[in-house]
Write a protein that binds this ligand. Structure first.
Ligand code: ATP
Ligand code: LTN
Length: 334
């Protein structure tokens, strides 16, 4: 029934408790594609182990991330929801693509540089070749569109380069994917240091809003958000903190920057921060309730994982078979 639909693919790492950045930059936008596209949304646990993980926590977060996908509105009947390590084709294609990805290209990736600086005692080969695994995720499904936050744009460009390089040698094997980056919430910044991305691995809890934070915590964190010494709610030089809060408020209420400026004209930062906190808490209320219900039912989550893995594996096998043939691998039955 999905055969002639174009494909959307995206992934989130189960490497921590998901943030408002993950929600507004990525997951919130996922469900809008389900009518028009065949959608694959993956919990990328193989990517997560590029940074050391506690095994029990990784396992729990894998279930939680799947439950959160559904709590954010992804219907498993209309989207393929699955876990990366359940579909071995990802690892197989990643190896092949490693051989079509250049050392120099990988060396230029800013996420590699950032994560190497943060994990200086564990700069492993997986952290370095992370983008070719990501390219494999995307290219396996003949993906047209990849909804991500702007921090993933560079990886997407590399995926396109790898696809074009492979197609240049072997003919049209892969669809060349396009990024889909939201216009207003593509990069939500830290509440403590507004020049830095809000990141789920930030050790400062006050810098990060978690999707599952309760109402009081959300309102309190916004009250403490770093702004500037002025008092006007508008964008401008030195006002990155306020601009970030405006983007967040705009993303959850649908209001434009101009409308927000008018709404808070003459009202000061205290009022504004409270309004942002309450609007975010309101918009996450339903997600939190649904998550509580879904995450309690491990058996159901496992059924969804199994169904997703079998659907994904079937589609992935088609591309992988073609790739293996093109590069000259032999094919036997056993
Ligand atoms: P970490 O913070 O541990 O590096 P991450 O949250 O950046 O992890 P993922 O969980 O893989 O990494 O990101 C999932 C999706 O969320 C990606 O599409 C990414 O672009 C998006 N995203 C992550 N942080 C933000 C942010 N602050 N603003 C907007 N989008 C974001
Ligand atoms: N690299 C991404 C997560 C990710 C992804 C993907 C996103 C892995 N594979 C495929 C989109 C498509 C990240 O670190 N945020």
């Amino acid at each position: 029934m999905f055969q002639d639909k174009k494909v959307v693919f995206s992934g989130v790492q189960p490497s921590g408790s998901l943030t408002l950045g993950n929600y507004l930059g990525a997951i919130k936008n996922f469900s809008a594609f389900s009518d028009e596209y065949r959608c694959y949304y993956c919990v990328v646990d193989m990517h997560a182990i590029t940074v050391r993980q506690n095994p029990a926590e990784l396992r729990r977060r894998t279930y939680d991330t799947l439950a959160l996908y559904m709590a954010c509105g992804l219907d498993p009947e209309r989207n393929v929801l699955f876990v990366q390590s359940h579909v071995p084709a990802h690892a197989e294609l990643a190896w092949i693509l490693d051989c079509y990805t250049m050392f120099g290209e990988l060396s230029r990736m800013t996420q590699f540089k950032d994560k190497s600086a943060k994990n200086a005692d564990n700069i492993n080969a997986g952290l370095f070749t992370y983008p070719s695994l990501m390219a494999a995720d995307i290219l396996l499904y003949q993906t047209e569109l990849v909804p991500v936050g702007v921090d993933q744009k560079q990886h997407l460009e590399l995926s396109r380069d790898i696809a074009n390089r492979f197609n240049g040698v072997y003919g049209d094997v892969f669809v060349v994917p396009e990024p889909y980056i939201p216009t207003t919430s593509a990069k939500i910044m830290s509440l403590a240091e507004p020049s830095k991305k809000m990141s789920k691995s930030d050790p400062n809890e006050n810098a990060v809003i978690r999707i599952l934070d309760d109402r009081d915590t959300i309102v309190r964190k916004f009250k403490r958000a770093v702004t500037d010494s002025g008092c006007e709610v508008r964008r401008g030089e030195g006002k990155e903190g306020i601009e970030n809060l405006m983007s967040i408020y705009g993303a959850v209420t649908g209001k434009s920057f101009d409308e927000i400026e008018r709404e808070f004209d003459g009202r000061g930062y205290g009022d504004f921060k409270l309004a942002v906190g309450e609007a975010v808490a309101d918009s996450l209320e339903g997600v939190r309730r649904e998550f509580a219900r879904l995450s309690a039912d491990k058996k159901y989550l496992e059924e969804i994982m199994a169904k997703g893995a079998s659907e994904a594996a079937r589609a992935a096998a088609r591309t992988l078979g073609k790739v293996k043939k093109k590069v000259g691998f032999t094919d036997i039955r056993y």
